[in-house]
Design a protein around this ligand. Structure first.
Ligand code: CTP
Length: 212
């Protein structure tokens, strides 16, 4: 099987020294990629800037912004059997990029105007290839299952992996996570808090079973 996996945060530049980003460490996406490699599958891993070592047996593509991620994903997704969007893609990016360092003089308050980024998962849902399995993530802080189900339908996904980001010690930046996997066919699988590496293996197992 050929997997296309995205991981980590994006960086949305304001000027040459500043950017907007989020708390994603990339650990969940790297753990999934690692598990697929362990099972002998081909992996293309599109990664934001993270402090994890590159995976030796994956084809690694490093990107910075949501737009870079979109370009890389659109060039790669067609040949993938399973596409997993675990990256924490910025939803908004600055309208204007300042090519010189923005000066603070003359500004006591500052409003930064943002515009929506491309919804990469939405694009993948609209352009899904025959037999391709599309998996999204939903980081939620309330009504987790209901929001995840709605996202699964709206984005034409086969699976959505929901995690509750309001539980301390789990999820963003942690080595552990607790997830619920929900499928288009109506399956709901709950996994208790555990190492992301172990969850990665379980996710791969479930997806491969669905591909049979
Ligand atoms: N994602 C994406 N492109 C974006 C933003 C998010 O592909 N520009 C993907 C993430 O990789 C993840 C999923 O979409 O798989 C998360 O969606 P999310 O942003 O939580 O859902 P939305 O319904 O778009 O928005 P909201 O934040 O309002 O829940």
């Amino acid at each position: 099987m050929k997997f296309l996996i995205t991981a980590g945060p994006t960086r949305e530049s304001i000027d040459p020294v500043r950017f907007l980003t989020n708390r994603s460490s990339g650990k969940m996406g790297y753990a999934i990629a690692n598990a697929a490699i362990e099972q002998g599958h081909k992996v293309v891993l599109i990664s934001g800037i993270v402090s994890l070592p590159p995976l030796e047996n994956a084809r690694m593509l490093f990107i910075e912004s949501a737009e870079d991620m979109y370009q890389a994903v659109s060039a790669e997704y067609k040949s993938a059997d399973i596409v997993i969007m675990s990256a924490a893609v910025a939803d908004f990016t600055p309208v204007k990029y300042y090519s010189h360092k923005f000066k603070k003089s003359g500004h006591d308050n500052l409003i930064l105007e943002l515009k929506k980024t491309v919804d990469i998962l939405g694009f993948l849902g609209q352009n899904k290839k025959d037999g391709q399995l599309l998996v999204g993530f939903a980081a939620e802080s309330e009504n987790i299952i209901a929001n995840a189900r709605e996202k699964l339908k709206r984005k034409n996904l086969d699976w959505i992996i929901a995690n509750n980001i309001s539980t301390t010690g789990l999820g963003f930046q942690s080595d552990n996570n607790a997830i619920t996997m929900i499928s288009r066919k109506g399956q709901t699988l709950e996994y208790r808090p555990q190492a992301k590496m172990d969850l990665g293996r379980k996710i791969i197992q479930v997806l491969l079973k669905d591909e049979d």
